[in-house]
Design a protein around this ligand. Structure first.
Ligand code: HXC
Length: 267
């Protein structure tokens, strides 16, 4: 269905949003020069658009996607450089992540290319994921002297199991789309040019279901995993903030920005 007015378009810099079509709203992360790094502005726009979509009866399902080569390269490392633990605790980003987490309508994700760090955490906020066969999933935060800070250690472990999650989080190694499908991180792997079509077809199918049932179905499935998740995420966030006091974090971030190998000292 098409609408006369384009209410989702005003003032957006970092994401592209279409008009609802067959009750599906498509959102595309759009900072290609920074590999779709999730700067605060991007998260804010995403949270704002989802808030609007929550109240829009023409939206029954959301399709979230990124670029052809990068879904998202994680948090914006340049924003992290001078942050203290107190800055992290006071950071509005926590509210934006919460808005994404609490969005009650189903979200289908279509991932192509790199899906790293906060990008992978965002992908894991989707309810169902499709990925192109060249996609790579990773939590490389350890290379910067930090750990995932948007639920990654908890959700990844629930989705792929302890050993594979530990491998990704401790070594920074990536997981291929094929392995991600085997491990349960994604629902289906396909040719990269089909990812969005497949995700959209499923999103439209879901959008034909009764919206209230779909909403409660989502809530119920998420409840299955949530018993201890919230405690885990709170603990993770404290650890994440604490690491912003470490010199290894300064070193990891500086080395990335200076395009050199980091030297970590353990403090
Ligand atoms: C800021 C980034 C960025 C990022 C890439 N860029 N990733 N800027 N934050 N996360 C910028 C580069 O600095 C560079 O800018 C431009 O994008 C292109 O990057 P390249 O590395 O040249 O591109 P490419 O060779 O295609 O490699 C893509 C990539 C790589 C594999 C995704 O960029 C990469 O490894 N990025 C970092 C991934 C990462 O460590 N993510 C975890 C972030 S921490 P210039 O100006 O030079 O063109 C995190 C914590 C989550 O996510 C906490 C949540 C609360």
């Amino acid at each position: 269905m098409t609408r006369e007015s384009p209410p989702y378009l005003a003032g957006l810099e970092d994401i592209l949003v279409g008009q609802p079509e067959d009750f599906v709203l498509t959102i595309r992360l759009n900072r290609p020069k920074a590999r779709n790094a999730l700067r605060t502005q991007l998260l804010k726009e995403l949270a704002d658009v989802l808030a609007q979509a929550s109240n829009d009866d023409d939206v029954r399902c959301v399709l979230l996607t990124g670029g052809e080569k990068v879904f998202a390269a994680g948090a914006d490392i340049t924003e992290m450089k001078d942050k203290s633990p107190v800055d992290v605790i006071n950071d509005p980003r926590g509210h934006y992540w919460a808005a994404i987490r609490d969005f009650a309508k189903p979200i289908v994700g279509a991932v192509n290319g790199f899906c790293l760090g906060g990008g992978n955490e965002l992908a894991m906020h989707c309810d169902i994921l499709f990925a192109g066969n060249t996609a790579q999933f990773g939590q490389p935060e350890i290379n910067l002297g930090i750990i995932p800070g948007a639920g990654g250690t908890q959700r990844l472990t629930q989705m792929v199991g302890k050993s594979k999650a530990m491998r990704m989080v401790l070594s920074g190694e990536f997981m291929s789309a094929t392995e991600a499908e085997k491990a349960g991180l994604i629902a289906e792997v396909c040719e990269p040019e089909l990812t969005i079509d497949k995700a959209l077809t499923l999103a439209k199918k879901i959008a034909k279901k009764p919206p209230l049932a779909a909403r409660l179905a989502k809530e119920s499935v998420l409840n299955a995993a949530d018993t201890l998740l919230s405690d885990g995420i709170k603990a993770e966030r404290k650890s994440f903030a604490t690491l912003f006091a470490s010199s290894d974090k300064q070193e990891g971030v500086s080395a990335f920005m200076e395009k050199r190998k980091p030297t970590f000292k353990g403090h």
